[in-house]
Design a protein around this ligand. Structure first.
Ligand SMILES: Nc1nc2c(ncn2[C@@H]2O[C@H](COP(=O)(O)OP(=O)(O)OP(=O)(O)O)[C@@H](O)[C@H]2O)c(=O)[nH]1
Ligand SMILES: [Mg+2]
Length: 201
């Protein structure tokens, strides 16, 4: 009877936990996106004033529950000298959200280089990639097709990974639900796939 009840309890309440990294250059809007995500997906979370967010030195952590999935986000600082810390988190991650500032055409190639370096790391093999074309509220910003064109030569390195480029405005929350729901769907589906190479060793 105990086994039956504890099995039922686990079935109803236990969550599958997934770690999702939020990466991208400084000023892309990663922390703003994390705050919006927490506000939208956590019932009792009183969101902070988005205009008070300052550059991240280190990392911010956030957790949300979506159905039976618990997503733990690690939002890492994007400044040049902090990017060398990103790969310390790769082995533990089940998904990556890569945020691009669509208003910053000058730094788009720099962003692409950081993205390419990140996806070349074998610890991220098979991990779903959500690319956010952020700041779509700003007139004349880069569109999703513009960004896809610049990033097109990354396609071979992305390979068979799930990848979605999603327009987003972290400041207002537009595109946040769509992106998170897509990520949840991908990481949950990956549980039922054979283990990634790094898990086998
Ligand atoms: N217009 C507009 N501004 C945004 C949006 N998202 C973020 N910002 C602004 O972009 C700036 C940087 O946002 P952050 O969230 O701190 O960026 P970050 O990627 O976390 O930066 P680091 O922590 O330095 O890596 C802030 O002034 C935000 O208000 C957006 O969707 N639209
Ligand atoms: Mg930040």
């Amino acid at each position: 009877m105990y086994t039956l009840l504890s099995g039922l309890y686990k079935y109803v309440f236990q969550k599958d936990e997934f770690c999702v990294l939020i990466l991208g250059l400084d000023n892309a809007g990663k922390t703003t996106f994390l705050e919006q995500t927490k506000t939208k997906f956590s019932k009792n979370y009183k969101g902070m004033n988005l205009s008070k967010i300052t550059t991240t030195v280190g990392l911010n952590i956030g957790t949300i529950d979506v159905g039976k999935a618990r997503l733990m986000f690690w939002d890492l600082g994007g400044q040049d000298e902090l990017q060398s810390l990103w790969d310390k988190y790769y082995a533990e991650s089940h998904g990556v959200i890569y945020v691009i500032d669509s208003t910053d055409e000058e730094r788009l190639s720099e962003s692409k280089e950081a993205f390419e370096k990140m996806i070349s790391n074998e610890a991220l093999e098979g991990v779903p990639l959500l690319v956010l074309a952020n700041k779509q509220d700003v007139p004349d910003c880069l569109s999703v097709p513009d960004i896809k064109t610049t990033f097109s030569d990354c396609a071979p390195k992305i390979g068979k990974r799930d990848c979605l480029v999603q327009p987003c405005t972290a400041l207002t929350g537009d595109g946040v639900n769509e992106g998170i729901e897509w990520m949840v769907k991908c990481v949950v589906r990956n549980i039922h796939r054979p283990p990634r190479q790094k898990d086998i060793t």
